[in-house]
Design a protein around this ligand. Structure first.
Ligand code: ADP
Ligand code: MG
Length: 225
């Protein structure tokens, strides 16, 4: 079962991961209250569908007034969004995530999947985020790290440092990354995930790590739990 970005981010927040302040809306007019509640002068509005590639297809937009947010919501609610990850009929947009705008210094990639061969959760990281990871894997495989997690020991500090090196994090960011990796592993196991992807994981202009997107898939066999 796929979760929407806003649901995935709620789980991230439960596990202490840094996510943006945001509100999900189902009616265009509610964008005004959402912007006001979040505060600030810039927001990002994001159509909620179970597919990536929204940014390139007009499904993610930076807005500078609540009116623009309402306009975006009016444009997309009840419509179908087509991205390179959907089929040609696209996916119906039922909700919009309004969130605070983050000033981005750099976009990174982090995900976790179950590797059937080793029967372990494996983290995949790259300094090349925000883009199609399949392209990075094809063209510059040396920029991707695959780090399997021992199911008995969980994610270890040395593994966080190994991934952080490939992500080109500095010392302070590596310190932030270590508990993140441990918490993501906990989330993955406790919630029976089959996929977790943060693309992009960003370094903000303040130098901090922040989860800007969230894709989560829960193993259908575990839904009853
Ligand atoms: P998708 O993967 O479907 O294209 P993302 O959530 O990754 O959607 O958003 C696309 C891009 O939009 C990101 O790579 C990032 O550059 C930008 N973006 C998304 N959310 C925010 C935000 N809250 N603040 C600033 N920029 C954002
Ligand atoms: Mg994304």
């Amino acid at each position: 079962m796929n979760l929407h970005e806003f649901q995935g981010k709620a789980l991230f927040a439960d596990y202490g991961l840094p996510v943006s302040k945001g509100k999900v809306i189902y009616e265009a007019e509610d964008a005004l209250k959402a912007c006001r509640d979040i505060g600030g002068t810039k927001w990002v509005v994001k159509a909620q569908v179970h597919a990536g590639g929204r940014g390139k297809s007009g499904g993610v937009k930076l807005v500078e007034t609540p009116d623009e947010a309402i306009k975006f919501a009016k444009k997309w609610l009840g419509k179908r969004l087509v991205t390179y990850q959907t089929d040609s009929s696209g996916q119906l947009v039922n909700s919009i995530l309004v969130e605070e705008c983050t000033d981005i210094e750099k976009e990174l990639y982090l995900s976790a999947v179950i590797d059937r061969d080793s029967q372990r959760v494996v983290f995949i990281g790259s300094s090349e985020g925000g883009v199609n990871i399949e392209e990075v894997a094809k063209n510059t495989p040396e920029k991707i790290i695959y780090e399997p997690i021992d199911p008995l020991c969980g994610a270890q500090g040395f593994q966080a440092r190994k991934i952080a090196k490939v992500l080109e994090l500095d010392v302070a960011q590596t310190k932030q990354f270590t508990p993140m990796l441990k918490n993501l592993t906990k989330l993955f196991l406790e919630k029976d995930l089959s996929l977790l992807e943060i693309n992009p994981l960003v370094i903000t202009s303040g130098g901090n790590l922040h989860c800007l997107d969230a894709k989560i898939n829960i193993d259908a066999n575990a839904i009853f739990r």
